[in-house]
Design a protein around this ligand. Structure first.
Ligand code: ASP
Length: 584
């Protein structure tokens, strides 16, 4: 037997017994003729002690031992004289009688402890060493536990776990496909799935009724912070259901996770139609841990000869509680913030409700004191508050206000990471206008069913069509989304038409799906959750990278094995691929 116990297991009740442990040397300390070793494995750390009673054969080997050596020891469990309250095994230590070196180790390039001295790149290059560190290891164990809970919950609800192909047909789903050349079919390519969307719908047509899969998805997008080219979805689909059934069942799943992992009983999730979310929060993924809702001021502020307001389609603002004492400098900083190209506001108007009850605004000369007072009333402002106002095109200005709202909330420290406020955002628009290509885009995807009552608008005013689509948002992060699906061939064909497909291109790309719809497709609907996001939220992390065992860096590279890399000329030839790289 390699070991009788793990390094996280022994307590005082085993005092006096002989045990065998195996693990890595985290630290070795010499102290007045005694040597202490912290022995680590996945389960914890146990202190080993070597002293004058240690057999000569063992102490001889002590000198050679270094950090990250793998050893096996046999010894007796002793009570420690000075106990370590910080670790569960802190009351005992092992008095070593036998020692076997199972493997040596080079000195690791960074310290493998709770806090490491290694920079990001170094830790990515030696990811297998970083994964030995407790916080990183715990993230993956949390992920494993969550996957397990999710599986159990869904299986209990009669879902069947079914795998779908990774090598599939390239179909546009919003992002760019990763493609794989086919050797046997020269000049032809598979695509890696952006999601198993079409397959799960085909499984409903096949009659599986309830499907799920913890599925790897691939999207070849320009990398932004917190994006990975491959990521994992909890992908689900159900037949003979309405939106209500889906929201209820999956709200149950999320509540189950919070109860089991965080011992939190969440209240029922509020539901907010998309346009209300935009009106009130300037975002389709609002953070509702705090209020600071947007108030529209268009009617009230227009017509007072302030040209910029008078010429604006929309005027709106937020009230930052207790920020009435912001200095000129702070207000200038906020103005610069909203004028940054990423946000794009033209300027920022403020109204200070001073502590003494007077008002001061940046547009005083256009409004009477009475006006300013009313203005403050609309926001429910109190003395000491600061109202910030933006104007311009409605949808753009709302988004700018939403961004400003988050900025102020972060300055005011209103976002407590131990509080979780989920909500469903529902009734998304079916389409968004793609300015660049001069055509409509499906906001969710082309298989989403429009609201029955909006069907006539498909011909007359597509921009007004609402979809049966829903997102689950927690603390301003979209963790899942889905929709009721189109299940009639003629409506699907029409949808492709509105999206600018010719009959031939729709047939070429999606003919198999539309054909399948002709063989008794049941009403169906589904949802997918981002597992990486969900786990990082539960782990209290900002980035999904730390909950992925072997992530890519911001340039999409695997720093450890240096992928992507070139392939040999022979491989290229077999694949019928000619590479013309510019010479530098
Ligand atoms: N396939 C969709 C997505 O990846 C989710 C769904 O509609 O079920 O966003």
């Amino acid at each position: 037997m390699y070991r009788t116990h793990t390094c996280g297991e022994l307590r005082l009740d085993k005092k006096g017994s002989t045990v065998t442990l195996a693990g890595w040397i985290q630290r070795k300390r010499e102290l007045g003729g005694m040597t202490f070793i912290d022995l680590r494995d996945r389960y914890g750390i146990t202190q080993l002690v070597f002293n004058e009673k240690t057999p000569e054969s063992v102490s001889q080997n002590l000198k050679t031992l270094g950090r990250e050596f793998v050893i096996q020891v046999i010894g007796t469990v002793d009570e420690r004289s000075s106990k370590n309250k910080n670790i569960p095994t802190g009351e005992i230590e092992i008095n070593v009688k036998k020692l076997k070196i199972l493997n040596s180790s080079l000195t690791p390039p960074f310290t493998i402890e709770e806090n490491s001295d290694g920079g990001d790149d170094l830790r990515m290059k030696y990811r297998y060493l970083d994964l030995r560190r407790t916080p990183v290891k715990n993230n993956l164990l949390l992920r494993s536990k969550m996957s397990h809970l999710i599986r159990n919950y869904l299986i209990e609800q009669n879902f069947a776990e079914i795998e779908t192909p990774d090598l599939m047909k390239s179909t546009p789903e919003g992002a760019r496909d990763f493609v794989v050349p086919s050797r046997l079919n020269p000049g032809q390519f598979y695509a890696l799935p952006q999601s198993p969307q079409i397959f799960k719908q085909l499984l409903m047509i096949a009659g599986f009724d309830r499907y799920f899969q913890i599925a790897r998805c691939f999207r070849d997008e320009d990398l932004r912070a917190d994006r990975q080219p491959e990521f994992t979805q909890i992908d689900c689909e159900m037949s003979f259901v309405e939106q209500e059934d889906i929201l209820e069942l999956f709200e149950g799943l999320i509540k189950h996770l919070f109860k089991d992992i965080k011992n939190l009983s969440l209240n029922d999730f509020p539901r907010l139609p998309y346009y209300d979310a935009m009106d009130l929060y300037g975002s389709d993924k609002p953070d509702i841990r705090f209020g600071m809702k947007i108030h529209e001021m268009t009617k009230f502020l227009k017509g007072k000869n302030f040209k910029i307001f008078d010429e604006s389609e929309y005027i709106g603002g937020i009230c930052a509680e207790g920020c009435g004492n912001y200095s000129r400098k702070q207000l200038n900083q906020l103005t610069d913030y909203v004028k940054r190209p990423q946000i794009g506001a033209k300027g920022l108007v403020y109204l200070k409700y001073n502590a003494d009850g007077t008002f001061k605004s940046s547009v005083d000369k256009f409004y009477t004191t009475e006006d300013l007072k009313k203005w403050a009333e609309i926001f429910g402002a109190k003395a000491g508050d600061l109202i910030l106002v933006l104007c311009g095109k409605k949808s753009k200005t709302q988004i700018q206000l939403g961004t400003l709202r988050l900025e102020i909330a972060s300055k005011m420290k209103l976002t407590d990471n131990n509080i979780y406020k989920p909500l469903w955002v529902i009734d998304f628009p079916q389409f968004e206008w793609d300015q660049e290509n001069n055509r409509w885009h499906a906001m969710h995807h082309p298989f989403t069913a429009p609201k029955d009552e909006d069907l006539p608008l498909l011909d007359t005013d597509p921009g007004k069509v609402r979809a049966n689509a829903y997102d689950l948002v927690i603390n301003g992060v979209e963790v899942g989304g889905g929709s009721l699906r189109i299940f009639h061939q003629d409506l699907q064909a029409k949808m492709f038409k509105v999206l600018g497909f010719t009959k031939e291109s729709a047939e070429e790309q999606f003919g198999f799906l539309m054909n399948a719809f002709k063989y008794g497709a049941p009403p169906h609907a589904g949802i997918a959750f981002g597992l990486d996001r969900l786990v990082s939220m539960f782990a209290g992390l900002d980035s999904i990278r730390d909950v992925i065992a072997f992530p890519k860096n911001n340039a999409g590279r695997d720093m450890m094995n240096d992928a992507p890399s070139s392939i040999s000329d022979i491989q290229l030839e077999e694949l019928n691929i000619k590479v013309n790289l510019p010479k530098d």
